[in-house]
Design a protein around this ligand. Sequence first.
Ligand code: SF4
Ligand code: SF4
Length: 613
Amino acid sequence: MFLPTTKEEIEGLGWKGLDIILVTGDSYIDSPYVGVAVIGKILLDSGYKVGVIGQPETSSDVDIRRLGEPRLFWGVTGGCIDSMVANRTATGRRRNRDDYTPGGVNNRRPDRAAIAYTNLIKRYYKKDTRPIVLGGIEASLRRTAHYDFWTDTIRRSILFDTKADYLLYGMAERSAVELAGCIKDGKDPRSVRGLCYISKDIPDGCLELPSFQESAQDKDAFTRSFHTVYNNNDPATAVALAQRQDTRYLIQNPPAPYLSQKELDRVYGLGYERDAHPYHRKDGEVKVLETIRFSISSHRGCYGECSFCAIAVHEGRRVRSRSKASILAEAKEMTRHPLFKGRINDVGGPSANMYGTGCERMEKQGCCPKKSCISPQVCPRLNFGHAEQLSLLKALRGVDGVQKVVVASGLRHDLVLADKNEGERYLKELVLHHVSGQMKIAPEHSEASVLRQMGKPNCDQNALIKFKELFYKFTKEAGLSQFLTYYLMAAHPGCGEDDMARLRSFALKELGRLPEQVQVFTPTPSTYSTLSYWTGCDPFTGKPCFVEKSARGREAQKSILTGPCIKKEKKEAFDPKRLLKNSKFVQALKSSHCNNKDAMGTQPDARRRGSDE
Ligand code: SF4
Ligand code: SF4
């Protein structure tokens, strides 16, 4: 069932009102890929009456009064993507499209949506309304003092900026149910794990971070604060944190324990419509459904720890996988959907080939704070084979009514190569059964110094070339016509124009093409790369690093890679030094960004962002 979004639906359900109203910057899409739907369904399953208001009008009360006032609390989220990232390009221009809005026009989601919606509720329900609880990625990644690219400043915790009552961070199913229970029973919710709140004092046992004011003025203090927040993100080891914002403190309770496999299976088995609510559907197609409607999320978390990715902070570093039975049950349910045509568009997670992997230490004691699981080498204690995923994919291929199962989530090609037992068999199976024309991988760069800064030192040129050779060997053996596409990044901290020229040379010489999927690095809140961008230093060594900050320079880096290919480049073994010396050619490449539509504001790939590899 859809959660109600009109008064008529509430009456139709025989309900007298709602316990909880969730307000979101997306249209209401009932899918296990959409946080509002998942939180709404788990609360419903726990006995609460929940309604949803998607993309409310902020200049009047027409939407926010639509369902009345909730008995327990308001839940507010900017949506599946931070609203500033959803609305603005890396150069600050407003995006034209929004894949979560009916009809696709970006005209419904306000900038800083969590602030706009909290103000909206307070404006029309006055101060004594029920508590307002922030959630979702925007709130989660802005929960402490953070760098905001769009104002080029350190901002306070979003809880202070919105003046909401509580904030739930991370994957908040458990915390949301506990919070609802506390409010319903009249208990103080301030001990709920995964919750942030505002306090006049610091409770016993809290670790105090450098204050917001200190973080804003002193980059070393901000760096210390960032490391402490990052290192207190594992439920097994984290302690409560406190950060002074003005005269009061933000208190961050330790994160909620991860859902067990049984609990995760329950979340995904709650029955989703896999569609936009008719209230929104009448205004046009919601494009993101093309991708997520018939996709399956097999696991959460990623121990890849790429510096530009917020998955470790939001979802956690430990991989938690669903049971095979639960995933197969979801696939069977999909086959009964009236729009299902036999194709599952994706089975994966933040990084597809981490399904069913992990290590005993991370399960029992939490992830090692001072050691990475796969970088620069795969940790010997990591159980990372591909056997589990191979078995899952085979079983999915056998489900009645399923004709094709695609693995579209990115995968860590270095892990495929590192798996000496099953790695090649895994890639062969993907090539034979699970690629739909093209397989996407995200090497991001070719240059060792840039890759190191990105936290990907083991994804070097040799690994990429070897993976490419294997892919095309298996493709040829199978008599298929399919190809690899590469996600690459420009203007990451530590990357200069000469690095981009060398990447261009590598792409032409070794990959045989200039890439189409090039992203200009966006300093989104709460990543190590963003910390580098702000401080101009490597956050681990403290050494200064080059950071391209001008919008023109950032676009120019992209254009060096994507600029039109000249005949000479194709014919000769390409020397990047000569390219840089050829100022006429470089200028031509740089200025080509003026004609580059993608740089001018097309929609971000939601799947790549956040869950990208
Ligand atoms: S023991 Fe190795 S695999 Fe396990 S958490 Fe530590 S670094 Fe990661
Ligand atoms: S970019 Fe991919 S591999 Fe890297 S941390 Fe994020 S999800 Fe993991």
